[in-house]
Each structure stands twice: as structure tokens, then as C-alpha cells.
Design a protein around this ligand. Structure first.
Ligand code: ZN
Length: 440
């Protein structure tokens, strides 16, 4: 029962940071024959083979080349894009702070726009990467202090009788996690070094984030809900990877992208707004001896599914949703629409994605913001600015987005895996401005 949802929970448990998520996907891809490339090396690509490349260790692009490539009349790329990061708290440099000359707490700052209240009163720990060196070489080590280590305790109701009447949290004062009592001072870096397998004095840099230790759960009257930290957007990253690995396509280049830094605007070296995708796609053509003409032809015939979770109608706040577009958890994959193109979906890309869902025999639903609410944005249009192609923004309907513990649907996850498998397998391409979907 619920095998895919259980696999997702295991994926999330092993991905306390974007670095861990990318490493885990790399391991899974390597196990099925994907070869790792490095951006600073020469790429020796062969038709019919599969490859992956990461940037910053936190963004990943995997691609599968067709048997006959380059060929006359290149077909386009079939691309999915999701993100590896989630809102969290970054641990600052020199993080230890004393309180009452007794407690030791850690100084942190917000990463992304989270709901702050859910971070209180639950076991937390720290994960990310450490850069260590003792001479000429600087090594990157992933770190997960894999035990209940930190907590942000609430203030008792007795000390703030208005606590339930709305509260503006001050992240510098109220969100600092408690680390230890007397004796804990000066030990945090040591603990992190131990978890990384290096000596404390070898640490030259670190990117460590808080994460929620609470395990995921499958629950509800018919076990129809799945809750876990970081569902946005590890759920889509997981489903895209699974869709890719279950697909077959002998004519087109399948590409699976997972970008870091979506939660902070994507404008980093490895974000969706960077050149990472464009660089990778152009290099594939260069390395295979196909010229710029072939690349531009392929780009014009390409399609991207940007997959980032969507807002479901909340059972306790029905008025927050658009009056006529009301996606529900387990009602199917959500197409996201926005008149001012905060989402890339338009009539054309919606038609293509709906056709894919029909072919896959999975339901889909639609999300549009209330006209008096600005709403969010995602990575589709940022990525399009670098490599412009027809793109649809979709996601899985979820509740409590950007909480430390989010809720989505067991069935929806299956739907997305199936739809993306069909997408990768049934080449979407363009012929004289008409879109053709065929099975290879
Ligand atoms: Zn997201």
C-alpha cells in the first residue's frame, strides 16, 4: 500500500538539505547507468547514453540522449524543472549566543519566506555542507547532525495572554534555537566537524541550515494524505526523477532539472534564472558535433514542464481560493495560470499538458489566484528567460505551503509520476507551429 508515497518519505528523510537531495538523486541516477559529468571537464558524449551534471552540489541536470543523435531534423528537448530548496533558517557564522550566562542558543537568519509558527516546539537539527582543508586542497563534505539537537520553545500562554490573537514574530529575538545548557559553549562547530568527518580546525566554510526532524506520515480515513517537511518542492523533484527513469524515448533528448534557490528568487549561479540549463543544452549540441542551427531548431520544438507545488483549497479557509478554480488534494495535477504571466502557462502549453494527462489517464485541475491576491511565483518564467521554450507551470495540490510540515495527496503523487513518464515517452514536438504528441 502507498509504495510511492513511502518512497517519497524515504527520499525526504534522506534529503535534509538541497545538497543531500542532489547527492541522493545522483546516486539513484548512477545506479541506473547515468554517468557523472563535471562542468570544468571536456564532455565526451555518446548517442543512446545517459548523463548528469551538478552545479554547486545543489542543482542537478540529468539527460538521456537518443540512439540517433545528431540526426537530420533534430527534435526538441523534453524538460522538467523543479527545485531542491525549501524555506528554512540558515545558521550564521559564529552562531553561539549565551543567555542568562546559562543557556547556549544559535544565531540564525531566515532562508526564504516560511510560516514561522510551525518551527516552534519540535525537534530540529542542522544539515548542509562544510568546506574543509589543511593545505592546498579544499574539500566539500555533506553534514547531517543526525539526532534531535535543537528546539525553539514557545513562550507560555501565561506569559503572553494575547498569544492567540495574532503575533508578529521577530526572527532575531524569538526564533533562535536552544542548543544546550552550561558546558555547551564552544561545542557546536566541533559537533558539525565530527558529523562531517573532519577536524574542527580544518573547517574553512559552512552552509548549514535548520531542518525539522519530524518524520513524514501517511494518514487520513483512507490513508489518502501524506505530510512531511519540504514537500514543496521535493515532491515534484522526486516525481520528475521517477517519471524520467520509467520513460523510454528513442528520438528526443529527455532532461530532468532540479534547481536550488527558488525560495530566494533563483538569481544565483545555480538558480533557475542562471545559465546552467542553457549552458548544458548548448554543450550537448556542441559536444555531439551539431551546429547552432540544429540547436535553435531543437529549442523551437521543445517543451518544459515546470513542476512546483500548488495551493489546494483549504477546508477551513474556503474563501481564500478563487471562486471558480478550486483545486483539492487528490483531485489531480494542478495547472497554474496567471494573466500577468507569473506562471508560464498559456492556452497552448495548457492544451499540451492536458493532452498528456489524458494520454496518461490522470485527472488535472486548475489554479488561478483570487483577483485581489498577489500570490506566488515559480521557476518556469525565470528559466524561460535563458532558454526560451513553450512551458507549462504545474504542481501538486498541497496544504500548509511553507510550513515546517506540509500536507499533500497520495494519489496526486502517483498522477504526476505517470503524467511525467508519458510526457518523457511521448515526444511533444512542433511542426509548422502545430504541436504534435506522438509515441516516439
Ligand atoms: Zn516551490
Amino acid at each position: 500500500m502507498n509504495t510511492t508515497a513511502n518512497e517519497l518519505l524515504s527520499f525526504i528523510r534522506q534529503s535534509p538539505s538541497p545538497f543531500h537531495a542532489v547527492r541522493l538523486m545522483e546516486q539513484e541516477l548512477a545506479a541506473t547507468g547515468y554517468e557523472k559529468l563535471y562542468e570544468e571537464e571536456t564532455w565526451d558524449l555518446q548517442p543512446g547514453r545517459t548523463y548528469m551534471v551538478s552545479r554547486n552540489g545543489s542543482s542537478l541536470i540529468a539527460f538521456a540522449l537518443p540512439e540517433h543523435f545528431p540526426s537530420q531534423g533534430e527534435r526538441g528537448f523534453l524538460i522538467t524543472a523543479s527545485h531542491s530548496d525549501s524555506p528554512s533558517f540558515k545558521i550564521k557564522e559564529h552562531p553561539e549566543l549565551r543567555s542568562e550566562n546559562y543557556y547556549v542558543k544559535l544565531n540564525v537568519e531566515k532562508y526564504g519566506g516560511m510560516l514561522m509558527a510551525p518551527w516552534f516546539d519540535r525537534p530540529l537539527s542542522a544539515a548542509g555542507r562544510i568546506l574543509a582543508g589543511n593545505g592546498s586542497r579544499i574539500e566539500t563534505r555533506l553534514v547531517n547532525i543526525d539526532r534531535d539537537l535543537l528546539m525553539i520553545p514557545s513562550l507560555a500562554i501565561h506569559m503572553d495572554r494575547s498569544a492567540n490573537e495574532g503575533h508578529a514574530y521577530n526572527p532575531q529575538e524569538e526564533l533562535l534555537p536552544l542548543f544546550g545548557g552550561p558546558g555547551a559553549e564552544g561545542t557546536f562547530r566541533k559537533l558539525a566537524a565530527e558529523a562531517a568527518g573532519v577536524r574542527e580546525e580544518e573547517i574553512l566554510g559552512m552552509d548549514l541550515y535548520l531542518y525539522n526532524r519530524m518524520d513524514g506520515s501517511i494518514w487520513g480515513a483512507s490513508e489518502e494524505f501524506v505530510s512531511a517537511p519540504r514537500l514543496d518542492d521535493l515532491q515534484c523533484a522526486f516525481a520528475s526523477l521517477k517519471g524520467l527513469l520509467q520513460s523510454e524515448n528513442s528520438r528526443q533528448i529527455r532532461v530532468h532539472c532540479v534547481f536550488d534557490n527558488e525560495e530566494v528568487g533563483s538569481l544565483t549561479r545555480q538558480g533557475a534564472a542562471s545559465t546552467f540549463l542553457k549552458d548544458t543544452l548548448t554543450r550537448i549540441f556542441q559536444c555531439m558535433g551539431a551546429g547552432p542551427e540544429a540547436y535553435h531548431r531543437a529549442l523551437a520544438s521543445s517543451f518544459m514542464v515546470s513542476a512546483d507545488n500548488a495551493q489546494a483549497v483549504h477546508p477551513n479557509y474556503p474563501g481564500k481560493a478563487d471562486p471558480s478554480n478550486r483545486p483539492c488534494v487528490n483531485g489531480g495535477i494542478v495547472l497554474k495560470h496567471s494573466a500577468n504571466q507569473k506562471y508560464t502557462t498559456d492556452g497552448v502549453s495548457a492544451a499540451v499538458f492536458r493532452s498528456i494527462c489524458r494520454k496518461a489517464d490522470v485527472p488535472c485541475q486548475d489554479f488561478v489566484n483570487r483577483s485581489d491576491v498577489p500570490g506566488g511565483s515559480t521557476l518556469g518564467n525565470l528559466s524561460s528567460a535563458q532558454a526560451a521554450m513553450r512551458t507549462v507551470d504545474v504542481g501538486l495540490p498541497q496544504l500548509a505551503m511553507h510550513s515546517a510540515y506540509e500536507t499533500a495527496g497520495v494519489k496526486d503523487l502517483e498522477y504526476l509520476v505517470k503524467a511525467l513518464q508519458v510526457f518523457y515517452s511521448s515526444g511533444v514536438r512542433v511542426e509548422k507551429d502545430e504541436i504534435v504528441l506522438d509515441g516516439n
